[in-house]
Design a protein around this ligand. Structure first.
Ligand code: ADP
Ligand code: MG
Length: 247
């Protein structure tokens, strides 16, 4: 488990206007926070900065109280689940789940025990010897989630994990993620989605980013708070419109 703190974080590519602007957030141990907003507002960029896949142009990132601006991704105690699963196609499910732990030098019996536990939690037991191409989209996404779980990270990062799934599977996997967060509830979670229903049902806290033609505000925080707070007390029309607050 780990807290995540963003302190006036900035991101700009070259001389272009910033895509992330003065974002600050204090996420406590075990908290589930959704980054939401329209396509292009900077959600993935912000998440990738927490993961260490993008550098910060300004501000500070702390995980578990330690400054992480320059820390390599593997040493941040985070695990990320992508929209596209990113499984190794030539490896079985078991090998996909084991791979990261093997790299980290975890002893084989420990790896086997952790993989068995994750497989049980995600109902993957019967699929351990299959390759990704022999799985459905929902099963692949469960493997991707399992691969994050076996590493027992302090922080889980999800980038639109449900967007490649059909509607029924999206709902089922959403419940699955909620259940896993309760089960592994000491880890903090940041969950990127453009779907306000996902954010409202999963998150303890929502951070909504501004987006649009006003370059001076693009990528800044429109509002951050509990889901019902944004719903009942939207700060402006953009927030109300995005969250779907009653008129
Ligand atoms: P979201 O995930 O909310 O859809 P992104 O974080 O992917 O948005 O992108 C935010 C903005 O940053 C977009 O306007 C995008 O065009 C821009 N952007 C992302 N990556 C780069 C890059 N490598 N170079 C320049 N602009 C980028
Ligand atoms: Mg994105």
């Amino acid at each position: 488990m780990a807290s995540v703190e963003l302190l006036t974080v900035q991101k700009a590519y070259g001389d272009l206007p910033p895509v992330i602007r003065d974002v600050s957030l204090q996420l406590a141990d075990g908290e589930f926070c959704a980054f939401v907003g329209p396509s292009g507002c900077g959600k993935s960029t912000l998440l990738r900065m927490v993961a260490g896949l993008e550098s910060l142009s300004g501000g500070e990132l702390r995980i578990g109280g330690k400054r992480m601006n320059e820390t390599p991704p593997a040493q941040r105690g985070v695990a990320m689940v992508f929209q596209s699963y990113a499984l190794f196609p030539h490896m079985t499910v078991r090998e996909n789940l084991s791979f990261g732990l093997g790299l980290a030098g975890v002893p084989k019996p420990t790896i086997a025990a952790k993989v068995a536990e994750a497989a049980r939690a995600l109902q993957l037991d019967a699929l351990l010897d299959r390759k990704p191409k022999q799985l459905s989209g929902g099963q692949r996404q469960r493997v991707a989630i399992g691969r994050a779980i076996v590493r027992e990270p302090g922080v889980f990062l999800f980038d639109e994990p449900l967007s490649n799934l059909d509607a029924a599977l999206r709902v089922q996997t959403r419940f699955e993620i909620a259940r896993l967060h309760r089960q592994y509830g000491r880890a903090s979670t940041i969950y990127v989605t453009h779907d306000q229903v996902e954010a409202m049902t999963l998150a303890d806290r929502i951070l909504l980013l501004n987006s649009g033609t006003d370059v001076a505000r693009h990528g800044s925080v429109a509002q951050c708070g509990a889901p019902l707070d944004l719903y009942h007390r939207p700060r402006n029309r953009f927030v109300a419109g995005f969250i779907g607050s009653p008129k």
